[in-house]
Ligand binder design. Structure first.
Ligand SMILES: Cc1cc2nc3c(=O)[nH]c(=O)nc-3n(C[C@H](O)[C@H](O)[C@H](O)COP(=O)(O)O)c2cc1C
Length: 142
């Protein structure tokens, strides 16, 4: 991150020159079905993703995937939520229309009243140090 005078702040978002977008919201939520199809997204998530509810509901969650994210991270996510019921990790997402944002995500497995498996992701803001570490680690992974 390189904050400087050319950064633009509006509606709780700050657009940095290097493409990163910072957000004021405390948490960003989404929920998927068993296959990772998005069934719910909070207003805060829609705002940072720059998507409408209609654009994201019913889509695979990889609709927000950033190409810098290694496949290994998502393999761990799916292995862990399916075997243990949870995963936590750092994720860089692509913002629709350009730019990206980092989250520290906790993904949990749950079962709805009809017995269907659901997954929910609760995302908070990682620290700058944690983002740097994740960037370095992910650069070494495929
Ligand atoms: C609840 C939940 C939330 C997810 N959130 C994201 C996310 O914010 N960004 C992302 O790239 N993948 C997310 N994923 C993982 C995607 O389902 C997918 O595995 C990943 O984007 C890689 O997709 P691909 O291998 O089809 O390219 C989430 C999965 C679940 C179950």
């Amino acid at each position: 991150m390189s904050k400087n005078n050319n950064d633009i702040s509006t509606d709780g978002l700050t657009f940095l020159e290097d493409g990163e977008v910072l957000y004021d919201d405390l948490y960003l939520l989404s929920e998927t079905d068993e296959k990772g199809i998005v069934e719910y997204a909070s207003d805060s998530f829609l705002k940072i993703a720059n998507m409408t509810r209609d654009e994201i509901i019913g889509q695979p969650h990889n609709i927000v995937r950033h190409p810098d994210m290694p496949r290994a991270a998502f393999k761990m996510l799916w292995d862990d939520v399916q075997s243990k019921g949870f995963w936590t990790g750092y994720v860089k997402n692509a913002r629709k229309g350009g730019g990206h944002y980092w989250v520290y995500a906790t993904v949990l497995r749950s079962v709805d009243k009809n017995g269907n498996t659901k997954y929910v992701s609760i995302r908070v803001k990682p620290s700058r140090e944690d983002i740097k570490k994740a960037e370095e680690l992910y650069a070494t992974l495929a």
